[in-house]
Structure formats: C-alpha cells, structure tokens
Ligand binder design. Structure first.
Ligand SMILES: Cc1cc2nc3c(=O)[nH]c(=O)nc-3n(C[C@H](O)[C@H](O)[C@H](O)COP(=O)(O)OP(=O)(O)OC[C@H]3O[C@@H](n4cnc5c(N)ncnc54)[C@H](O)[C@@H]3O)c2cc1C
Length: 194
C-alpha cells in the first residue's frame, strides 16, 4: 500500500517522486509515507542529448540525466522504483488499484500519471484523453484528471515538451500533494546552515 503511485518514471515522474520523498523526509505530516514509480522504460529523454537544460552540462545524454535522477530518488529510500507496464488503473473504495501487464497489483491513495504524450494505453476511466495542446507534432495526447486523487504531470499534462518543463511539472504536482496533506501551501526548501 502506497501513499502515491506514479505511472511513468521518465523526467516528470522521477522529479515528482524526488520531491515527494524529500517531503516525507522533512515534514512530520508526510513521515512514513511510501511512494511507488512504475516505468516501462521508454522515456523520450533516452533519445536526447541535452545541450539546453538549465543547470545541466552541455552534451549530457538523456540517459545519464535519468540515471542521475534515479540515484537521487533512491538515496531518499521511501520510493520503490518498479520496472513494468501499468495496464489498468481503477478505483476500489477510497483507494486506487494499479494492475500491471504481468499481473502484479499495487494499491495507493493517490495516482500521478506521468506517461508522456505519445499515446495513453492504460485502461482507466479516471482521466480524459485529449489532444496535446503544445506538441510540435500532430497526434499526441494529454490527460485531464476526472477524479479527486488523480494527478497528471509532464508531457501527459500538456506541458511544452522540454526536460525542464517536464521536471518542473512533476515537482509542482508533488508540492500540490504535499500541500494537500499539510492543509496549507508547503514547499521543501533548504537554506544554507540548515
Ligand atoms: C529525440 C528527442 C530529443 C529531445 N531533446 C531534448 C532537448 O534537447 N532538450 C529538452 O529539453 N528536451 C528534449 N526532448 C524532450 C524531453 O525528452 C521530454 O520533454 C521529456 O522526456 C518529457 O518527460 P515526461 O516525463 O513527460 O515523459 P517521458 O520522459 O517520455 O517519460 C514517460 C515515461 O512513462 C512511461 N510509461 C508510459 N506509459 C506507461 C505505462 N502504462 N506503464 C508504465 N510506464 C509507462 C514510459 O516508459 C516513459 O519512461 C527530446 C525528446 C526527444 C524524443
């Protein structure tokens, strides 16, 4: 049983998990919460060489960038990164159930879709699939949540298709979830000197 399950572990999904896990480390209201990321391994970043991502050295490959993000997430320990394909997401009572193509099942309080913009193959009536509003190419999709407890980030949320926008969108959704738990706006900021 997870507090948040993220479907898609590319740029936005990992960025969302990183911020959630950081929140769980520092805020009493989020202590003990566990997070799941399920990823089928086809992030667009794997095809990219990054010469224009703020703060990232020119020539860094997208794969290097994703591996670094994974390391950051794993250091925080409250995130379970799982390889696999989510086939179905459904609501059962006040929880969500994820069913993977190999039959594994996971339960969570909240689901974040970070599935990119190419297509949406998950059997799920909890989101609406719409044309992507910011794609440089036709035929791409975005998702709109239809249910409380469902969030969307990155290209799947209709963001402009750049790494920084996807990462920012994942972080923003994580802060919305942390703020929902806190009952007020919270952001995990560190200051020099602790
Ligand atoms: C060739 C190329 C070059 C690029 N170059 C640049 C660049 O120079 N600078 C820049 O800023 N951006 C670049 N981009 C764009 C950047 O890679 C994307 O904007 C970014 O990866 C989007 O992040 P995302 O998290 O929304 O989607 P992605 O990173 O694509 O992640 C989506 C993830 O969801 C997973 N997934 C989907 N469905 C399921 C499912 N049912 N179950 C489990 N997992 C699922 C996929 O496997 C994937 O890992 C480039 C993209 C491409 C294709």
């Amino acid at each position: 049983m997870y507090s948040v399950a993220v479907v898609g572990g590319g740029v936005s999904g990992l960025s969302c998990a990183l911020t959630l896990a950081d929140g769980a480390r520092r805020f009493d209201f989020a202590k003990g919460k566990k997070f799941l990321v399920v990823d089928s391994g086809s992030s667009d970043a794997l095809k990219a060489v990054l010469n224009n991502v703020p703060g990232v050295k020119r020539g860094t490959t997208g794969e290097e960038y994703l591996n670094f993000l994974k390391e950051q997430v794993e250091e925080l320990e409250s995130v379970n990164l799982v390889e696999g394909e989510v086939e179905e997401v459904l609501k059962e009572g006040d929880k969500f159930k994820l069913v993977l193509s190999d039959g594994r099942e996971f339960t969570s309080d909240i689901v974040v879709f970070a599935t990119g913009f190419h297509s949406f193959s998950v059997k799920c009536s909890l989101v609406e699939v719409i044309p992507h509003p910011n794609s440089p190419r036709p035929g791409k999709v975005a998702l709109r949540p239809k249910e409380e407890g469902i969030f969307v980030c990155g290209n799947a949320a209709g963001e402009i298709t750049m790494v920084a926008a996807a990462a920012g969108s994942g972080v923003s959704v994580a802060c919305q979830i942390l703020s929902h738990w806190a009952g007020k706006v919270v952001v995990p900021h560190d200051k020099i000197g602790g």
